[in-house]
Design a protein around this ligand. Structure first.
Ligand code: C2E
Ligand code: MG
Ligand code: MG
Ligand code: MG
Length: 289
């Protein structure tokens, strides 16, 4: 009898699947080591104000300095970190590092803000509002200096507790940005039910605004809608001066993308910050006649 069962199981043994499971297990234990050995690092990408032509802040983006594989991008390990629950610890590490950076800037009277990505899986228990508040107080910066970037998925997961988390952190003064706007399933009614401070229009919509009239109309509509709700817009994926010109014309106030800079290690980010106003003034002059 038992032999029969075993035979059936063998029939379904898939060497490729077994390999994938093994690979996954290996990556997960490497992630645990990475947390222990502090192999993660935050890179910083400028967020600019297109009205005042200046650098206003940066998005903190995690990378994994893998001893053999080099710099591993977040898309290659964040999904597994989320599935395995390790995202909680990684997220708390990122919060601590970003907070130390803000404290550093405040000590030198630099008023830049930071925004930090938060996975749906971290909300609410992985990143309790009290932890955020306590961290800001301990490092001596105002909650207004640290924005939390969430995606529409957060609001789909556990409506009640996510809504309460959102309400509490906004009450304490932490700005909330809705990331990758337009790529999820969310309807506009979410914006009515869950107050956020900014929308980040996904880069897939920004990319072709110069050539694709429907993409341009879409971005324009999002900006107009946000304006009527009193929400600011950040355009992601701004890659050239034409993007900047078009977005300015649409009344988009904030922008982020390779045109200004790729995400950089902190020392390179600090070295670059002086060049941004000049870059922005140049885009204005170039198109002013
Ligand atoms: P995101 O939050 O939407 O971040 C923007 C992504 O677009 C970044 O990719 C950035 O490097 C890229 N990007 C910026 N400007 C341009 C541009 O002009 N053109 C193009 N093609 N891409 C641009 P990155 O750094 O690989 O991060 C990917 C995603 O990983 C992030 O998307 C975010 O969802 C997630 N992530 C990053 N850091 C963290 C973190 O600390 N915690 C969590 N939970 N997720 C993170
Ligand atoms: Mg983001
Ligand atoms: Mg995004
Ligand atoms: Mg994303």
């Amino acid at each position: 009898h038992a032999k029969e069962k075993g035979g059936n199981l063998m029939q379904f043994f898939d060497p490729l699947l077994a390999l994938a499971i093994e690979e996954r297990r290996r990556l997960e234990s490497e992630l645990r080591r990475a947390i222990r050995e502090r192999e993660f690092v935050l890179f910083y990408q400028p967020i600019v104000d297109l009205v005042q032509n200046r650098l206003v802040g940066a998005e903190a983006l995690i990378r994994w300095r893998h001893p053999e594989r080099g710099l591993v991008p977040p898309d290659d390990f964040i999904p597994l970190a989320e599935e395995s629950g390790l995202i909680g610890e990684i997220g708390l590490w990122a919060l601590e590092v970003a907070s130390e950076q803000l404290a550093q800037w405040r000590k030198h009277e630099t008023q830049l803000y930071l925004s930090l990505n938060v996975s749906a899986r971290q909300i609410p228990d992985g990143l309790p509002p009290e932890t955020l508040f306590e961290t800001a107080r301990r490092h001596g910066f105002a909650p207004e200096s640290l924005a939390l970037e969430i995606t529409e998925g957060v609001l789909l997961s556990d409506l009640g507790s996510a809504a309460q988390w959102l309400e509490e952190i906004r009450e304490q003064g932490f700005p909330v940005y809705l990331d990758d706007f337009g790529t999820g399933y969310s309807s506009l009614s979410y914006l009515k039910r869950f107050a956020v401070d900014r929308l980040k229009v996904d880069k897939s919509f920004v990319r072709d605004i110069a050539t694709n009239t429907s993409d341009r109309a879409l971005v324009e509509a999002v900006i107009a809608m946000a304006k009527s709700l009193g929400i600011e817009v950040v355009a992601e994926g701004v890659e050239d001066a034409e993007h900047v010109r078009l977005l300015r014309g649409m009344g988009c106030r904030y922008a982020q993308g390779y045109f200004f800079s790729r995400p950089l290690p902190i020392d390179e980010f600090c070295a670059l910050s002086d060049d941004i106003p000049l870059l922005l003034r140049n885009t204005e002059e170039r198109f002013s006649h």
